[in-house]
Write a protein that binds this ligand. Structure first.
Ligand code: NAD
Length: 484
């Protein structure tokens, strides 16, 4: 029990328990062992955090950009130094593989440094609208930003708050109750590195902490990453209180369009990598629908199945493990439910679909990477996000049909197009309804290029300059310069 994490929240620069004294336990998904607990925040705690953020924001916004940038860069360095300690806990709390999570800490650090360098690019304009006035615009902070994040990349999403801060806002962050433990380590680092109250972290579930944060009258800007149903609930809850600016990074049912000239070996490798089986599919950009032309269907399917069957699961702390368990009992149940639904709907199970074999997999939320073939648009597995390790392989006959199939869902987050025909690549990338499209690539995010979704996959873009601007309001000023 020496490793047990007795978590605290960060409110107004202090590491605190909840006012109610209640807690949420967190479980290691590889073993189902309780490994820590965090305070279960309620509306009072959220109100304390928002008030602390309101007070701190006034002085924070008065700091010169260079000073804000220096503080954030020093914070990023500290995060990097603490990387191994965070990583170990993050693996035990999420079940994600250590190799992948190491990347998350690096991505958080690079994201903070990127926005720290961009502050002075938040520029207004002078507009020659008349001869009598100087017309100009300035971009000002909202004040307090509420940020609510999901379970799958806990430290990455909680730690990279540099965009709202560089724009002069303060922030209250609510991590997921499914994987909240590293937010305690984050709180300790933030307490040491940034002025009290500028960043606050409240741990708790959606109803207890998420809803009060969304509804708090002082929180005018909400930044949400999570599922479509929660995104819709947040829009509704916000609208009950006031007009609020809500950005939504939501789910996906992402298509990989493979055209007939593509190389089968390359495609099979990319499909398996793009499905993020090493996260057991628990990544929003996962390519969960592979669209294959008639002439390549059997060849590529066979290669995909061979690769998926070769994935060796094991202890996520072991760098040699190809994949760990699912994050929670909830995610495992959802995946098992969709395996049943897919079979009832007539899809053909060609890999996985069950627990891995062996004594070490008897406890914990383990499931094999799973592939269904012959999936058609009328099946739920074609159109609903599982957020688990289920790949759907779909057959098509014509290019028009492939593009129509790609777009025949309510989501529009990512898409991949595989072909060496430039005209076809340009046509497909133009017509596919998705916010982030790779041609002959999958999965990689490129800092500086906006990530976000079309359709029900969201509103707004993160990871690029637009994210920084999205934390500002535009004020236009007219100063009379001519004679009165
Ligand atoms: P979720 O929507 O269940 O929960 C996300 C967060 O919202 C959690 O912190 C939760 O406590 C909180 N929450 C729940 N109900 C709430 C409410 N009514 N009001 C306010 N907050 C509430 O999502 P999840 O299961 O944690 O994450 C998986 C989802 O996130 C998937 O759909 C995935 O595609 C999506 N996701 C999207 C992106 C992206 O960048 N587009 C990235 C990662 C994950």
């Amino acid at each position: 029990m020496s490793d047990f994490i007795d978590g605290r929240m960060l409110i107004g620069g202090k590491l605190v328990e909840s006012r109610s004294g209640s807690w949420l336990e967190s479980v290691n998904p590889a073993t189902e062992e309780v490994i820590g607990r965090v305070p279960a925040a309620g509306p009072d705690d959220v109100a304390d955090a928002v008030e602390a953020a309101r007070v701190a924001q006034v002085d924070w916004a008065k700091l010169a950009m260079g000073e804000r940038a220096s503080l954030l860069r020093a914070y990023a360095q500290r995060l990097q130094q603490e990387g191994d300690r965070i990583l170990d806990l993050e693996v035990r709390d999420t079940g994600n593989s250590i190799t992948k999570l190491r990347h998350d800490i690096g991505a958080a650090v690079r994201g903070i440094e990127y926005f720290a360098g961009l502050g002075t690019q938040i520029k207004g304009e002078t507009i020659p609208a008349s001869a009598d006035f100087l017309h100009y615009s300035v971009r000002q902070p909202y004040g307090v930003v509420g940020r609510i994040v999901p379970f799958n990349h806990p430290i990455l999403f909680a730690a990279k708050f540099a965009a709202p801060l560089m724009a002069g806002n303060s922030i209250v962050i609510k991590p997921s109750e499914q994987s909240p433990l590293t937010s305690t380590l984050l709180g300790e680092i933030v307490q040491e590195m940034l002025p009290a109250g500028v960043v606050n972290i409240v741990t708790g579930d959606g109803p207890g902490a998420g809803v009060p944060l969304v509804k708090h009258p002082l929180v005018k800007r909400i930044s949400f990453i999570g599922s479509v149903p929660t995104g819709l609930a947040i829009q509704r809850a916000a609208a009950e209180v006031a007009v609020k600016h809500v950005s939504l990074e939501l789910g996906g049912k992402n298509p990989m369009l493979v055209f007939p000239d593509a190389d089968p070996d390359e495609v099979a490798a990319a499909a398996v990598a793009g499905m993020n089986f090493d996260w057991l599919g628990q990544s929003c950009g996962s390519m969960s629908r592979i669209l294959l032309p008639d002439e390549l269907y059997d060849t590529i399917l066979e290669k995909i199945v061979a690769k998926v069957e070769a994935i060796v699961q094991g202890d996520p702390l072991d760098p040699a493990s190809g994949a760990g368990p699912m994050n929670s009992a909830r995610q495992l149940e959802k995946t098992l439910h969709y395996i049943k639904v897919a079979q009832e709907d007539g899809a053909r199970l060609v890999a996985g679909g069950k627990r891995p074999e062996g004594a070490q997999f008897e406890r914990g939320y383990w499931i094999r990477p799973t592939v269904f073939a012959d999936v058609t648009p009328d099946m739920r597995i074609f159109r609903e996000e599982v957020f688990g390790p289920i790949m759907s392989v779909v057959r098509y006959s014509t290019i028009d049909e492939a593009i129509a199939l790609a777009n025949d869902v309510e989501y529009g987050l990512t898409a991949a197009v595989w072909t060496n025909d430039l005209n076809l690549a340009m046509r497909a990338s133009a017509e596919v309804q998705a916010g982030y499209v790779w041609v002959n690539g999958v999965s990689r995010h490129f800092l500086g290029t906006g990530f976000g979704g079309y359709k029900n996959s969201g509103i707004g873009r993160e990871e690029g300059f637009d994210e920084l601007l999205s934390y500002t309001e535009i004020k236009t000023v007219h100063v009379r310069t001519g004679r009165r």
